[in-house]
Design a protein around this ligand. Structure first.
Ligand code: ZN
Ligand code: ZN
Length: 285
């Protein structure tokens, strides 16, 4: 394996799952969402072509699974033109070293996310004390030291375009992480939201297990900037997406999405903001 690229020292498999794990959904003819344990990866591109892009890279230990999903959808020996990261949390880069090592393709992320992807900086430690459930309590075991993608990592173009995805543009949606981005396609209002908001309550383990659909802010235990997180949700709501694929939970569309996003914007503090936790700013209100 390429010596320059590696996972952090605390990289490990995390035993978490959901009923959706191992399921793929064709959200649109060219948008395929697949759930790895509790997190989604997205493949954008027509399955009859060899031109496609992978969004995010799953849980630790999931590289082989990702290889087989791609082979199944795009054919043997096919590989994406690039990987785009919504952000660099462990559950979105879990298979990336093996993927990059085999495919030798670029990985794009927001410039503010780069220190966490080049071995320079660790994310703030997850808040196990935050209001809400088992996943938060499990969070101290989550890998936190940064991976290093060496010279495979590239910054997203400043003009908002997305490499290899002509119809999409990226939108800076910080809060959950500083360099978090979402992807939006104007012509059919398709949104790849990452963890800017999710459709399952991450802090309630039984809801993660059943993937019961319910809009929520970003995962609580890993969100250090709630003010920005709220502004990001407002930004996405104002785009009036008709379908949204989120980092966690089932894709949401139509009236349910519109109404849920409006509700999330109007009642962000009640729905998203934890009542207590180390990243809840006392001056927030
Ligand atoms: Zn995240
Ligand atoms: Zn996530």
């Amino acid at each position: 394996m390429d010596k320059e690229i590696n996972y952090g020292d605390d990289y490990m498999y995390i035993p978490a799952t959901s009923v959706q794990s191992g399921e793929g959904i064709e959200v649109l003819p060219d948008v395929f969402c697949y759930t790895i344990q509790i997190v989604n990866i997205v493949l954008i591109g027509n399955p009859n072509s060899n031109e496609f892009v992978l969004i995010d890279a799953g849980m630790p230990g999931s590289a082989d699974k990702i290889f087989s999903i791609i082979e199944e959808r795009f054919g043997e020996d096919s590989k994406p033109q690039a990987i785009i990261l919504t952000h660099g949390h462990f559950d979105h880069v879990g298979g990336i070293i093996e993927l990059v090592d085999r495919w030798n393709i670029p990985v794009y992320a927001h410039p503010l996310e780069l220190p966490y992807l080049t071995g320079e900086k660790s994310y703030p430690t997850p808040d196990a004390t935050v209001e809400g459930g088992m996943i938060a309590k499990m969070s101290p075991m989550f890998p936190n030291t940064p991976i290093n993608l060496g010279n495979h990592i590239k910054t997203l173009p400043e003009d908002g375009t997305v490499p290899h995805l002509d119809e999409f543009r990226w939108i800076h949606t910080p809060g959950h992480s500083q360099g978090h981005v979402s992807l939006f396609r104007e012509n059919d209002k398709t949104l790849i939201a990452g963890d800017a908001f999710v459709t399952v309550k991450q802090d309630a383990l039984y809801k993660v297990l059943t993937q019961e659909q319910e809009i929520s802010g970003p995962p609580r235990y890993l969100t250090p900037d709630w003010r920005s997180a709220k502004e990001s949700v407002m930004k996405l709501e104002s785009l009036k997406p008709t379908v949204a694929v989120t980092g966690h939970g089932l894709p949401m569309s139509g009236k349910l999405l519109t109404e849920s996003l409006t509700e999330l914007v109007e009642n962000f503090d009640q729905i998203a903001l934890p009542e207590y936790g180390k990243y809840v700013d006392k001056d927030y209100h």
